[in-house]
Design a protein around this ligand. Sequence first.
Ligand code: IVH
Length: 670
Amino acid sequence: MILQQASKRADILRDSINQHNYQYYVLDDPDIPDAEYDRLLRELIDIETEFPELIIPNSPTQRVGASPLSEFEQVKHIMPMLSLANAFNEDEMKAFEKRVNDRLETESIIFSAETKLDGLAVSIIYEQGVLRTAATRGDGYTGENVTHNIRTISSIPLNLIGDDIPDLLEIRGEVFMAHKSFEELNDKQRQKNEKLFANPRNAAAGSLRQLDPKITAQRALSFYAYSIGEYKGDVVFKTHIETLDQLKDWGVPISPETKKMKNLDACFDYYKDIGERRSGLAYEIDGVVFKVNDLMQQQAMGFVSRSPRWAIAYKFPPVEEITKILDIEVQVGRTGAITPVARLEPVFVGGVTITNATLHNLDEIKRKDVRVGDWVYIRRAGDVIPEVVRVIVEKRKDARRNEIREFVMPSVCPVCGSGVERQEGEAVYRCVGGISCAAQNIQAIIHFVSRKAMNIDGLGEKIVVQLTETGLVNSVDELYSLSYEQLVELERMGDKSAKNLIEAIETSKQTTLERFIYALGIREVGEATARSLAQHFKEFEPIENATTEKLELISDIGPIVAHNIHSFFQQKHNIEIIVALKKYIHWDKVESNESSTLEGQTFVITGTLSSMGRDEAKQKLIALGGKVSGSVSKKTSYVVYGDSPGSKYEKAMQLGIKVLTEEEFIELIK
Ligand code: IVH
């Protein structure tokens, strides 16, 4: 880029960043996702690094935010509240480490690691241990006096506790809103027909910057401290972590994820670990922060324009992005459920490119007022299906004529042409075609062969589609008459795979009654219900012939499931398939559950067990009358932990629940 071009581009970027800053900091109403903002800022930083002569004093890179709202009393920070430099990949982290090493002329730096909370920064001043004033960061130099609101946050002490209370202490930290409180707040907003908050950070900001503290008091805000500013006291701090520990002793909350890192590899492990646990944390984080732990070393390094040289925020890939809805189509699931799916202009979110997002059902589309042609926020958290968060309604005015169009639920199934209906009280529309509908049939076969059902390895969706399209398999029983010669002819099926598949089909013939029931894919009959049915009736025929009254005698079967089971066995088509299947399939005699030594006990398994898979461990516990749950609560009896246990282990410790090593667990089930 030549200087002239760079200068023009820098001007455009500054205008645009200033505009977004105003929206974000002053109006609490961001008009672009963080990722987009970061990109603009980064582009500007890059230009200014390449052409330092273009830096102007009021460039957004030279300050932290926009000017504060005028209604609040202004507070000048004695020490400016600066920002953090970002890293987005391992190379940028290595470059950070190198900068630190070079400056300090040493090779072995200890870092502190913390989560990067996604809320808003505040400074809270205690005089003689008493909370005096609190201010937002504002533009980094002048913030807004929010003492009245900060006092409503119950986790922030009004008086410090413990020994050696300093004469003056300025605590800096993040005010944020936990996911649960955010959802509850938005539910309330919805009920009152008021504007929804886009994310927990805006909810926190909107709640803290209220002129009326009564409103703030009703919003569940949280706080973690991450550093100190001004300080006059007797305790001498040598490291950052010591400082945080002391704050904790004085009654100030700090993040439980704060740790000491002995080198960069440990930092990478921390980043990975937190990244994996991110979607399970109670609050939103957008990365992790590493700081040089030794305070003398921090001082020696100093600051560069807007951020300290001794700290870095290692950001996670964004989970929210904006994109355009190209179309809304429907998908037909195994139970005939018709799910509207948004086809999107491809967009990179949370580390992968997304082209589809679920819209759940028609009610959801109406509630969010999503239309074809709309620009929307897309969110992807952990492994969950990406979803449309909200529409950017303001963008509709820029659309071409007829580009924006409302979605209409089709009146016939797009796959088989059967009718579509909605049962009373249900949000979903369903195709009434049953397994005569190809889409439902394919899904029924996929379910039938799945691991927890008949466990036929090597029969993925693509092969199932080929088998049905070539007419080789019209219903699940026909899987058992497939031959090697027929399979080897299929696309992408080699000699070895065909042989393996034939063998897997053969092996699946010997199964258990509960697997067989589950494999049938009766609506709302999952593994647990299939197991209860098998345990209760011991044989297949009594289940087939059971009345709804008889079915309802089983503890976890209510009227709806009983109805589903009963009507499944009333369908002639289903009975024909079952008769055909019974020619091939055998199951072991159902052992009764007499040995219910673990009756009434609930187990949670976390981490990797070395001697068996989690499913196997689960089966064993159930066979002994125990229950297995996915989350730890006060009702949990034991948490079994293997290698690299997750947060469930910590939760168990917090709640004082008994934890078992793998050895202890094996001893227990012996
Ligand atoms: S340290 C001079 N630690 O990120 C550095 N900041 O981009 C002061 N933040 O304004 C910040 N979690 O609002 C620090 N553990 C953490 C943080 C954190 C979130 C926010 C804070 C700050 C911004 C910097």
